[in-house]
Design a protein around this ligand. Structure first.
Ligand code: CP
Length: 308
């Protein structure tokens, strides 16, 4: 691989015009446009250090549709278990002929030490880092909103739930704002994130649900909660106080939609029936993920570098 190495770790590295172009390319793929074949075969390695169903399978599907050579590494069976660093693993994969690594990791900003390394010979794609960023999720969320409303400017998006531990909201908020959307946040006081107050308004659950064009329910991130925080609520207490219930959903604006990144804790952060109901775009989000990720990967390999 020659030329400047680029990476796709944070959507804030990309200008709004580039994000619009990525969405247009994702839509074109969805409408049946065939990918342009690269001159050389592309080899991609997927490393998921944290559990995933949607993101992992969706990247695999995107890579297959793009005609890439796909290598799915199981970190539990890799030499990282023998003490090899992530940087040395990347250098090793590059030496073997891998062009691009898609990585999910529980460490927030796992990519920073790698980007600091001189001449990293492999392109990195962030498939989710701790409570940091989830750029492919943000892109598929944008695609879903664009399909519904045809624009972003002036829409109100409400994020409801476990804000502090959600990379989905940390990734989406600044980019949604740059594209002209207004944001509101609601959730348990102890799971609020003061940093989000610079991106929008903290409001009551009722106000959020009644004023948003898009309600994004966030999963309670049990795996990131230490005891006793994990047991701060009974399931019923949380549902009654903070969930998108049927009673609350009845007061949503006409035309407003429900999104959730998944996996869903049914009857915890959202009433199970709403997941499959007419306002839900949750499975459309999953379908869109394949096309959004195709556009990301092709952009990384073919477009000139922006910041990275
Ligand atoms: N939304 C999301 O990242 O889901 P997975 O954890 O299943 O990939």
């Amino acid at each position: 691989m020659t030329g400047s190495i680029k990476h796709f770790v944070n959507l804030q590295d990309y200008a709004p015009s580039t994000i619009e172009a990525l969405l247009a390319q994702a839509s074109a793929y969805q409408q049946g446009q065939l990918p342009t074949q690269t001159a050389q075969p592309v080899a991609v390695a997927n490393l998921f250090f944290e559990n995933s169903t949607r993101t992992q399978t969706s990247f695999q599907m995107a890579e297959s549709r793009l005609g890439y050579q796909r290598f799915d590494l199981n970190p539990a069976h890799s030499s990282i278990q023998k003490g090899e660093s992530l940087l040395d693993t990347m250098k090793t994969l590059a030496a073997i002929g891998i062009d691009l690594a898609v990585i999910r990791h529980s460490a927030t900003a796992w990519y920073q030490p790698l980007l600091a390394a001189k001449d990293l010979p492999i392109r990195l794609v962030n498939a989710g880092d701790g409570v940091g960023q989830h750029p492919s999720q943000t892109l598929l969320d944008l695609l879903t909103i664009q399909q519904e409303f045809g624009h972003f400017d002036g829409l109100t998006v409400g994020f409801l739930g476990d804000l502090a531990h959600s990379r989905v909201v940390h990734s989406a908020a600044p980019t949604f704002r740059r594209l002209g959307m207004q944001l509101s946040f609601a959730g348990p006081t102890q799971w609020q994130d003061p940093a989000l107050a610079t991106q929008g308004d903290y409001v009551s659950v009722e106000e959020l649900v009644q004023t948003a064009d898009v309600v994004i329910c966030l999963r309670v991130q049990l795996e990131r909660l230490a005891q006793p925080a994990a047991s701060a609520f009974t399931k019923q207490d949380y549902f009654d106080s903070y969930a998108l219930t049927k009673d609350r959903a009845e007061k949503m604006k006409a035309g407003a939609i429900i999104m959730h990144p998944g996996p869903v804790n049914r009857d915890v952060e959202i009433d199970s029936d709403l997941v499959d109901g007419p306002r839900s775009r949750i499975f459309q989000q999953m379908r869109n993920g394949v096309f959004a990720r195709m556009a990301m990967l092709q952009h990384l390999l073919t477009a000139p570098s922006e910041r990275n």
